[in-house]
Design a protein around this ligand. Structure first.
Ligand code: DGL
Length: 273
């Protein structure tokens, strides 16, 4: 059991976005080791079909298993919405995604029962956030808004640029017209736009960050299964990073947002898994 507790957590995303989830895991579970995989060769997932996202996710799970992970976090809203159910039924490892933890907190947060959801087209279209929320409270209305332009703007580093402000205004307007009081940041990149979005929606709207909620849920899950790593943080290689394309851009982005100096990233051929 000690050996299993000591094993790393596998975290994957379509690219760099899941680093916002990894960051929350690092902050909230500092003693845990992480193996992160970013599918930088095949990003974005948000405009792809369910079948494709399942196929990609299956390959990634196979790869993470070769790294002897003790649990898997699907740190991508799109993969959580479209593939998690299928891949978790196929593997014996504990697995969580970002949708359920985010949806749960949104239900606890809303007072007027009007929740806004922003995410990729695939996530919004999947209806999974709506399904999970309405299972808890059928009276809650979920108003979805795909925001496909946010991902490239974040990757460009335009977190406060006037172009990003104009795009965000346009996306948020229909949600604000419906008088939402809670807004789910249903895409891994959006927590990086948090302060800009907060300014635009004002104090009446509470932002829900599924990345943070997922880290807390992961802690509960590991505790429940007796898998929480004990003792101090491993100093030497607590975090390992793998990508399917171009290490340099990934590493630069990772170093701009993580509380950890990423010195090496390894490229692998994910299609071989
Ligand atoms: N990581 C994806 C998500 O959270 C956003 C990027 C993509 O479309 O692949 O939905």
């Amino acid at each position: 059991m000690k050996q299993l507790k000591d094993a790393p957590i596998g975290v994957f995303d379509s690219g760099v976005g899941g680093l916002t989830v990894a960051r929350e895991i690092m902050r909230n579970l500092p003693q845990e080791k992480i193996v992160y995989f970013g599918d930088t060769a095949r990003v974005p997932y948000g405009s792809k079909s369910k079948e494709t996202i399942i196929r990609y996710s299956r390959q990634i799970v196979r790869f993470l298993k070769t790294q002897n992970v003790k649990a898997i976090v699907v740190a991508c809203n799109t993969a959580s919405a479209l593939a998690l159910e299928t891949i978790s039924a196929e593997t014996n490892l504990p697995m969580i995604g970002v949708v359920e933890p985010g949806a749960k907190v949104a239900v606890e947060t809303t007072r007027n029962k009007k929740i806004g959801l922003i995410g990729t087209r695939a996530t919004v279209k999947s209806g999974l956030y709506q399904k999970v929320i309405q299972k808890s409270d059928p009276e809650i209305q979920v108003i979805g808004q795909p925001c496909p332009l946010f991902v490239p703007l974040v990757e460009e580093g335009w977190l406060k640029d006037e172009i990003t402000v104009a795009v965000a205004r346009r996306y948020l307007e229909p949600l604000l017209q419906q008088e939402i009081d809670t807004l789910i940041l249903g895409c891994t990149h959006y927590p990086l736009l948090r302060s800009l979005l907060k300014e635009l929606v004002g104090d009446q709207v509470t932002l829900v960050n599924p990345a943070y909620e997922t880290a807390l849920e992961l802690k509960r899950m590991l505790e429940e299964q007796g898998l929480l790593r004990e003792g101090k943080k491993e100093e030497e290689f607590p975090y390992r990073f793998f990508v399917s394309d171009e290490e340099e851009y990934f590493q630069k982005f990772a170093n701009s947002i993580l509380p950890y100096d990423v010195k090496s990233t390894k490229q692998i051929q994910i299609e071989e898994y």
